[in-house]
Design a protein around this ligand. Structure first.
Ligand code: AMP
Length: 211
């Protein structure tokens, strides 16, 4: 009897990229999360279900064992303060870059630079490593508005095509990190449900190395 496995994944970009990968493992959700209000999706595998939750909640569910496996962006994992997760596989999906950006025609900054971001831990660590003092202002979305409306000098955010920055008169200033989605595994489940989880990890590694 295979162990019951719950995989936590966030809706949107990561889900869209993860579904073809899961299909290669012959894990296919029965419902489409865009067409159902269900948060727990059954799959064609009776012992596997998907949990569709907010990206920032994926590490919490997996670390605390509510899900055995999860798929989370490196941005979310870097920002997350827990350290009790295995992160065995870079899935190479939902790739983008974490960047520092500012106004294209910015005036010189006289005082301590102000940075808006939802990634306050990553931003704090980045500037601490450089020994630069900044004021970090937390926002939950539309970070691009910060410099445009004079709330901040810079932003720290994810950049993919660069279209969002460009449309708001911003340019990239510094590259902070390359981002992609990772598989995360609950440590206890890795031991207790190894017979079911190990073959999934092996197959995923094989699929990822081939692509
Ligand atoms: P773009 O205009 O293509 O550079 O995309 C930038 C916008 O999409 C920003 O609001 C980012 O926060 C978001 N974004 C880009 N890539 C990702 C990703 N891999 N995961 C989550 N959000 C992303």
């Amino acid at each position: 009897m295979p162990d019951k496995i719950t995989i936590a994944v966030s809706k949107g970009r990561i889900y869209d990229d993860a579904i073809p990968l899961l299909a290669k493992l012959d894990i296919i959700p029965v419902d489409d999360p865009n067409k159902t209000r269900k948060l727990v999706l059954e799959t064609n595998q009776p012992n596997v279900q998907l949990l569709v939750i907010r990206a920032t909640d994926v590490p919490t569910y997996v670390e605390r064992g509510a899900a055995e496996l999860g798929i989370a962006g490196k941005d979310v994992l870097m920002e997350y303060s827990g350290d009790d997760l295995y992160e065995p596989i870079d899935l190479g999906i939902a790739k983008c870059r974490m960047m520092l950006a500012g106004l294209k025609n910015a005036k010189p900054i006289i005082n301590r630079p102000r940075v808006v971001t939802k990634y306050t831990n990553i931003t704090k660590n980045y500037f601490a490593e450089r020994g630069q003092q900044v004021e970090i202002i937390k926002l939950y979305g539309s970070m691009e508005l910060g410099p445009v409306l004079g709330l901040s000098d810079w932003i720290v955010d994810l950049v993919d095509t660069g279209n969002t920055l460009k449309a708001n008169g911003l340019v990239t200033l510094e590259h902070i990190a390359d981002i992609s989605s990772r598989l995360v595994v609950n440590k206890a489940a890795m031991k207790m449900k190894n017979a079911t989880i190990k073959p999934i990890l092996d197959k995923l590694s094989e699929i990822v190395s081939e692509s």
